[in-house]
Design a protein around this ligand. Structure first.
Ligand code: AMP
Length: 280
């Protein structure tokens, strides 16, 4: 595995290995089994695997956790190497955002919903960095996790709207044994908060059970999940939304499929999760 920072070196190495398909997994590091599941799938499906590690300041709001976001390059490098990554790209902030940088990519409508209500510039930051990374790597396939459901919808829209020649592959959410979706941010939970955190997925699963039992009305489905979240006073909910799985517009009644999206705070840590729902 080569670990590289410079854009030109990345381009050169990728040009040399252009004979096969290229898979790309963008990450912000603190690699866990969720990231590794994307990496493993990409490794299986592609001839050359590029993983980037960049904590993108553009997607963090001024009050958010950029400064305390978990970072451990040496550990991540070891995990990437063991997983068979060919090129580990760790760009510098000043290379990606040099003085004078002023161009961003915004997907308007779908970015404004849910996460967008609480993190107004977040998806513009995501779309801008992903576009930049894709321009450099020019992969055949881009691997993303279902854990960040809205991010997938936004990036899918962007890829389509801008005719970016890449196939999107979505990988299922990897969870801890108690159901908590793996996330780099879980490292910031105290022991007490870590015990509370599985309530988020428990709430989503309770909603799913209700749908499986025949409930179709959004307010009742949401109420079921809400009851779990409200059972602990340390949980503050940003949103719990039953939506169309493609447009993410809220729905009043599930006809066939829906996605239940949730974001909560436990202390200073913000967690998101989602579950796909289908009528019986
Ligand atoms: P991040 O480092 O949090 O920006 O995540 C990098 C990629 O890994 C994104 O496509 C995430 O959706 C994906 N990812 C993060 N956590 C998980 C998880 N628990 N299961 C599956 N994919 C994940």
């Amino acid at each position: 595995m080569r670990t590289v920072s410079s854009i030109n070196t990345v381009k050169r190495i990728i040009k040399e290995s252009r004979h096969g398909s290229i898979g790309f997994v963008p990450t912000m590091g603190a690699l866990h089994e969720g990231h590794l599941s994307l990496i493993k799938r990409a490794k299986k499906e592609c001839d050359f695997l590029v993983v980037s590690l960049f904590v993108n300041p553009l997607q963090f709001g001024p009050e958010e956790d950029l400064d305390v976001y978990p970072r451990n390059l040496a550990l991540d490098q070891g995990k990437a190497r063991a997983a068979g990554v060919n090129l580990f790209w760790t760009p510098f902030k000043k290379t990606l955002y040099p003085a004078g940088f002023q161009t961003t990519i915004a997907v308007s409508q779908i970015s404004r919903l849910w996460e967008g209500l609480f993190r107004p510039e977040h998806f513009t930051g995501v779309c801008t960095i992903v576009t930049k990374l894709l321009h450099v790597v020019q992969p055949n396939r881009l691997y993303l996790g279902q854990k960040d459901y809205q991010q997938i919808c936004v990036l899918q829209r962007m890829i389509q709207d801008l005719n970016i020649p890449v196939q999107l592959r979505v990988c299922p959410t990897v969870r801890e044994t108690d159901g908590l979706a793996m996330s780099s941010r879980n490292l910031r939970l105290s022991a007490k908060q870590r015990n509370i955190a599985p309530l988020l997925y428990r709430a989503l699963k309770a909603a799913k059970k209700r749908v499986t039992a025949g409930e179709q009305h959004a307010h009742r489905i949401i109420q079921t999940a809400e009851a779990h979240l409200k059972s602990n006073p340390d949980i503050r909910c940003d949103y719990l939304a039953l939506c169309d799985p493609k447009t993410l517009e809220p729905i009043k009644k599930i006809e066939h499929r829906a996605v239940l999206l949730a974001a909560i705070h436990i202390g200073k840590v913000r967690l998101i999760d989602n579950i796909l729902l289908k009528t019986p």
